[in-house]
Design a protein. Structure first.
Length: 702
């Protein structure tokens, strides 16, 4: 047991006893990554808590939220869980109340303390419960604060401890004959499990169902002796009984083809099962398919898996169209809906941002209506409460004007809420009458919460992306100067994934009628700070170059400027002066990839420019200048590393590959630039910006 285990267990068991909770959990922060690890639990067996043993700190769960915000999170019922933590509500579609409180060690949140009660309890925490929770968190924090310097109180290598309120009695090797006989005469199997999933009592009939006898089954894990019970539906019903504190039931089929009905009765120390055999002529669709109430679609296990897939996919969606496709593909088939529409409140009006299954005329009629108009979507957006209409008559009674235009037969209007702010509504429409059961209403409302968070991320991504690219474009030169005898082309391509402003830049500065300075560089980072620094670098280089300094001196002066402004970002830069009259070039580099030079009718090769330190590191750094020939019809290529770098590709190999793409004879430079970009490794998905500057010395000026 870890150094802290016994002390934390004592506090956990005490708090469960004092508050009357039937489940208690301690999560501790991992010391190496942003996750919570389940450290100890009382009231749940290890077999069914696997999905919750590891929680990302950024996820929408009460336990993670209590740590992030360092405050107590109280969830009185499933409706509140659906509204505030939709992903948790989908993963645990059961009725319960819960509290999550941060475990503070000094000023640091070291974990989360969670208690669970049946939903039938009062909607508010009683003063004595709050006091017990506060004492428990304080005592746990004190234990963690006293950790030895080299202790690791949590992490992937830790071992989950499953506790029971009282010491579990040893399995009875000879169960009471009267009890066993009573159950056997009823042809009912009796079985009890502790919180480790071990069999503590088993009747003869139950032992027969499990394929063994009482003596060999006692003390063994149920899922070990009956692997056919390792079924998602059975696990779901066990989890439901233990989470809600209420009885549950389901059916299962043995390898021999016998169907049994399982009734599960939870208690603080484990589960009691009543096993009843079912004859073939007594089986109903409920027994053979276990359909989720009101959905008339996929079995519960399949539907839950489908929704978890949707939840995972929504976290990766970056635009509204992708979100609409995901919801349509994952939700419409499960609930047998035919149409979908997403409406967002903007500027006092409801705007339809995406749809599936509705015709354009109907969408145009409702798009842009004032948020004060009397339609279901507007009302849901104002109140934050979902509305369900199982048939046309129900809708017509409340909204006769809306029902007149919509030819569907049933509707669900769901609020899209983000952090207690309703941003719009999701509409699901059905072609036939569709009664909405309580479980289906909760599932749909939770799904809408996931969609809302995904839409909020997508809208912010689109806005920030547009702003970033607009700012990037404004910081790059709008046009390059016309130098007689010099053909020039520039290309810039932003990264295809991620947010922010690229740090790549290029420029061409006229020095005289027959000479120019070509610049290309890459500022570390992809944010506004990087963009601002990029502007400073370009300005400093331009000012020093036109003042007559040589390339090495320009980079040296720029380096000192960056150190003076005390930036934490570094910049690579390549500066080349080309003199068309002298037919030479002079180059200096601050940690930038080498330029490529293609002499007339010859293959291109890198120019071995001496490489100085990146700008912004050492105030005394020197930048040697190299001189080389630049004859007529020679081609010079300056580029950033996004053009030649790729995962698993050696940089020298990438540069050599780019050199091989340069033609030996003259070619339209803009077309050449496009062709070079087409040969970028992983061209469709590159994680870095790309800048390319091409210069060709024409044989005859003008």
């Amino acid at each position: 047991m870890p150094w802290h285990g016994a002390k934390l267990d004592e506090v956990l068991l005490r708090s469960v006893r004092e508050t009357g909770a039937h489940i208690g959990v301690v999560f501790l922060k991992d010391e190496t990554e942003p996750v919570l690890i389940m450290d100890a639990v009382v009231g749940l067996p290890a077999q069914i808590i696997r999905p919750w043993t590891r929680i990302q700190l950024e996820t929408g769960t009460p336990a993670a939220a209590s740590v992030r915000h360092r405050q107590l999170i109280w969830v009185p019922n499933h409706h509140d869980l659906v509204r505030r933590f939709p992903s948790t509500a989908l993963a645990t579609p059961y009725s319960f109340a819960m509290v999550a409180a941060p475990i503070m060690a000094g000023y640091h949140a070291r974990g989360s303390f969670v208690l669970v009660w049946p939903e039938s309890r009062p909607d508010e925490l009683a003063p004595h419960e709050r006091e017990a929770i506060a004492h428990a968190c304080h005592d746990m924090g004190a234990v963690l604060q006293q950790a030895p310097p080299d202790a690791q109180p949590s992490g992937p290598t830790g071992h989950l401890r499953v506790l029971v309120p009282e010491p579990a009695p040893a399995p009875e090797r000879r169960p009471d004959p009267a009890v066993s006989g009573y159950l056997d005469r009823l042809r009912v199997g009796g079985l009890s499990l502790d919180l480790l999933g071990r069999i503590t009592f088993v009747s003869d009939t139950a032992a027969t169902f499990l394929g063994g006898d009482m003596a060999e089954l006692l003390g063994r894990s149920l899922w070990e002796v009956a692997e056919w019970l390792q079924d998602p539906l059975v696990e779901d019903r066990c989890r439901a009984a233990l989470m809600t504190g209420l009885p549950s039931s389901c059916s299962a089929r043995s390898p021999e083809g016998h169907t049994v009905e399982l009734h599960l009765y939870p208690e603080p120390s484990g589960l009691t099962l009543r096993i009843t055999p079912l004859e073939a002529d007594r089986l109903t669709p409920w027994h053979t398919h276990e359909l989720v109430e009101g959905r008339g679609g996929l079995p519960r296990a399949h539907a839950s898996f489908n929704f978890l897939q949707l939840a995972a996919a929504l976290t990766r969606a970056l635009n509204v169209d992708e979100i609409i496709d995901l919801v349509a593909d994952h939700v419409l088939p499960v609930f047998k809906a035919k149409a979908l529409a997403i409406l967002i409140a903007e500027g006092g009006r409801m705007r339809i941002t995406g749809s599936r299954g509705y015709d354009r005329d109907l969408l145009a009629r409702f798009d842009g209506l004032p948020i004060t108009s009397r339609t279901p979507a507007e009302d849901v957006t104002r109140t934050g409460e979902p509305e369900f209409f199982s048939d046309w008559q129900e809708l017509n009674e409340r909204y006769p004007q809306a029902a007149h235009y919509d030819r569907m037969a049933a509707w669900a209007f769901l609020p899209l809420a983000v952090h207690d702010e309703v941003i719009g509504a999701c509409v699901l429409a059905f072609p036939e009458r569709h009664p909405f059961g309580p479980e289906e209403r909760a599932a749909l409302t939770a799904l809408a919460g996931l969609v809302a968070h995904a839409l909020d991320r997508a809208v912010r991504h689109d806005t920030k992306d547009q702003l970033s690219h607009s700012l990037q474009k404004a910081l790059l030169p709008r046009s390059l100067p016309d130098i007689p005898g010099l053909d020039v082309a520039a290309c810039y391509v932003p990264a295809t994934r991620g947010l922010g402003i690229g740090g790549d830049f290029y420029d061409l500065i006229r020095l005289t009628e027959t000479s120019a300075a070509a610049v290309i560089g890459d500022v570390q980072g992809h944010n506004v700070t990087a963009a601002a620094l990029m502007g400073q670098v370009r300005t400093a280089i331009h000012a020093n170059a036109v003042a007559g300094a040589n390339p090495g001196a320009v980079l040296k002066n720029t380096n000192r400027l960056l150190i003076d402004v005390d930036t934490e970002l570094f910049t690579s830069c390549l500066l080349i002066y080309v003199d068309l009259q002298l037919r030479t070039l002079r180059a200096a580099s601050a940690g930038h990839p080498p330029p490529l030079l293609r002499p007339p009718n010859m293959p291109a090769e890198p120019i071995d420019v001496p490489t100085g330190l990146l700008l912004g590191i050492d105030p005394d750094a020197e930048y040697p200048t190299l001189q080389a020939p630049f004859p007529p019809e020679a081609l010079l290529a300056l580029y950033t590393d996004g053009l030649v770098e790729a995962p698993g590709v050696d940089l020298d190999h990438g540069i050599a590959n780019l050199a091989g793409q340069l033609p030996r004879t003259s070619e339209d430079l803009q077309r050449l630039g496009g062709r070079l970009l087409d040969h970028v490794p992983h061209a469709s998905q590159h994680a870095d910006d790309i800048a390319l500057l091409l210069l060709e010395h024409r044989a005859k000026p003008g």
